[in-house]
Write a protein that binds this ligand. Sequence first.
Ligand code: OOG
Ligand code: NI
Length: 268
Amino acid sequence: MNKLDTLFANLWQDYINITPSAHKIHDLLGMHGEIVNDHIALRTFNLEKVNLDKISAHFTNLGYEEKGQYTFEQKKLRAKHFEHPEANRPKVFISELLVEEFSEQLQATVKSMVDQIDTAAVAAEGFVYSGVHWQISSEQYDALLQESEYAAWMAAWGFRANHFTVSSNHLDALNQLVDINDTLKNAGFELNTSGGEIKGGEEVLLAQSSTMADQVAVKFSDIERVIPSCFYEFAQRYPMSNGQLYQGFVAASADKIFESTNARKLDS
Ligand code: OOG
Ligand code: NI
């Protein structure tokens, strides 16, 4: 395997370890055609040591190129997406939390987490699926959750792919997003309904849906608790006027996809 194949194999293995539903869905949809990943996504903080550029370097070093930029004012995030010149390489969507726009308390918690990372680790191979590098209590997690679901998710899960995305365009027998959604719902999987089951559509050249994140036990410094881990996404791309499939993202849809790792409104 070349370096990129190895990197994505490791990201996938880490992801399915904490996202058992993704493994099941991969097998289920795999019966309808070849599973090609449209993209993966990673999260980070905009603090110098681990900012978006530090994460993206792991991909640009292997040939990825920066393509699009996105801002999420309400969630206080910025993001970029990267593409590889080779066909069928997954795109990479990386976002960073604008830490300075939050309370002193959140800033202090995040800074103390990032301070615990060994500086040399950030550029080392495997950092992008290395998880957490810090101790955090369940109380700190709850305090972060009050201000930012994203900050709390990062505190609990750290550096890793928070989702993989199946390209519906490559699933011969199931190439319409609505049919994928029906297949998943019939099999008992819960979809993210924020902004509707399907976000976007042909008018923005990209339709997206996703599961709600799995619920997985995490050991905080004080107690163990079951919280949302990662989710699976499904994307259908439409051709532009030149006949090529649109390759970008849609900020209004992405804003809702982020919420796939939110706590459920009702306990189930
Ligand atoms: C990224 C959410 C955005 C998309 O495809 O629009 C996204 C995240 O949850 O970290 O993946
Ligand atoms: Ni996505």
